[in-house]
Design a binder for this molecule. Sequence first.
Ligand code: AMP
Length: 284
Amino acid sequence: MKLKIAVQKSGRLNEDSLKLLKDCGIAIENGKQQLKASAANFPVELLFLRSADIPEYVSDGIADLGIVGENLLIEQERQVKKLMPLGFGRCRLSIAIPKEEDYFGPKGLEGKKIATSYPRTLQNYLQKNKISAEIHQISGSVEIAPNIGLADAICDLVSTGNTLFRNGLKEAERMFTSEACLIASSAMLAEKELLVQRLVFRLRAVLEARFNKYILLNIPNTQIAEITSILPGMKSPTILPLAKEGWSSLHSVINENDFWDVLDQLKEKGAEGILIAPIEKMIL
Ligand code: AMP
């Protein structure tokens, strides 16, 4: 029995999806032309599909799991279970307008023509804000629509904002943020649950490790209590005496998001010789 996982065949999420699975010990030797590939060391078969088809394959039970952007789940409203966010493919769905135009809120979109590949999401947004605007559905290169006179505004995915900038547009409204996530079929056989749990366990270990760093530092013994409260670690930090009288070495983990703030506090409390190292896997 094998878990069938649908992943993007080519595109922005493909490389990160395969890297994440590889870090979980699921390595696929795949020529990109293949539509299916099995892993040698975990009972998994990958199905390489177009992004937009993944939610449907998973809701129909052809694939047990899938890796897709949340933006597609919102647009397609398929019946699938969202298991966990995966920390890559971060973007937002935004409305953008020509950069020389003033923007005073969603009401400014009244009567406008908006080009998008996300018609349902845009429709819901307009309805919620009681705006009547014309939706022009196109499947790609949405950002050139205002330039060629096809639309007054666009509704599209943005990550750095560079594409908008290059096309003379500016972000006017952020509708929501999205990242890649793991989805599961409601139609999945109960016998496969255990395999899913094993995979989710590995994914958590890899993702926790990606968001955390191992930190070692030298601290005066008088500061042990204070520095321990700044760096509580997983259970508590490890503290070892240094050969130098009155000093200890403290080992702990630190979340990447807090990293720079915490570093400032540590220096203020007298920490020295701070080393930061990546963690490969982290099991809580
Ligand atoms: P692709 O098939 O290569 O267009 O990949 C599209 C998926 O990548 C989207 O469904 C999003 O979840 C994700 N993504 C992340 N950042 C962006 C971006 N700036 N533009 C388009 N898609 C993005």
